[in-house]
Design a protein around this ligand. Structure first.
Ligand SMILES: [Zn+2]
Length: 236
């Protein structure tokens, strides 16, 4: 994410006005840099948990059921929650059958990994610059254990391409991931709503029904989750 955060910070100055795509009455919060604990932190609430520049996960959030992504039959390493594996396996098999085999670029990242990474860049560049170029601890969807960065099998890192979704493999994943329960968290053109720059390789597992709804309604994951949280908050 490092190379995109300067762009992100530029977006923070934009006005909000982004409630149009959520059915909720409360507007989607702006992409202000803050450390507000996110509302749903149970390990069984992975489909509800909102993580962005504003809302963060607790330091101790570390899913107990992480397994190697190799269990999905693909390379690249890393870990994801066990229940995500069959869906990743199904997507990987479909991608390979279509002639576009995929691999994992990056998967689960612990809070401590995020701390170490951020501290490293503070040391190298100073706090003000690190803030612009490195994700702050607790603010990464990768800590959920349901989120991964995808690349083509045998290919370069997806961020080495001008637009990975314009490559054959990236295009296949963008077109089909929702069928397997995955949603692209940071689509092109929605930067002011997602709080992050376009990341065509970053997918979060939300389950087939949620991913289909996000796809069919053409909304962002963040707007979808915000809407869900409002519904839950409204219940007695
Ligand atoms: Zn990512």
């Amino acid at each position: 994410m490092r190379r995109f955060l300067p762009f992100l910070l530029a977006l923070l100055a934009l006005p909000s006005g982004m409630a149009q795509s959520t059915p909720s009455s409360a507007p989607l919060p702006t992409c202000e840099v803050a450390d507000v604990p996110t509302a749903f932190t149970g390990y069984d609430q992975w489909g509800l948990t909102l993580v962005d520049t504003h809302f963060l996960l607790p330091a101790g959030y570390s899913p107990p059921d992480l397994v190697p992504t190799s269990e999905a039959g693909i390379g690249g390493g890393g870990e994801l929650r066990a229940f995500v594996i069959p869906h990743l396996k199904a997507m990987a098999e479909a991608a390979a059958a279509a002639g576009h085999p995929i691999a994992v670029q990056s998967a689960y990242r612990s809070y401590q990994t995020q701390v170490t990474t951020f501290q490293y860049w503070v040391k190298v560049d100073g706090y003000a610059y690190a803030l612009k170029t490195s994700a702050r601890p607790g603010h990464s969807e990768h800590q959920l254990g349901t989120t991964l960065d995808i690349r083509a099998k045998g290919g370069q890192a997806p961020w080495d391409f001008q637009d990975w979704a314009a490559t054959p493999t990236g295009a296949w994943v963008a077109e089909n991931a929702w069928r397997f329960g995955f949603a692209m968290s940071y689509p092109k053109g929605y930067e002011s709503e997602t709080c992050y720059a376009y990341e065509p390789w970053h997918y979060r597992y939300l389950g087939a029904a949620a991913a289909k709804e996000i796809h069919d309604r053409g909304i962002t994951t963040r707007a979808y989750l915000w809407g869900l949280e409002q519904q839950h908050a409204a219940k007695p």
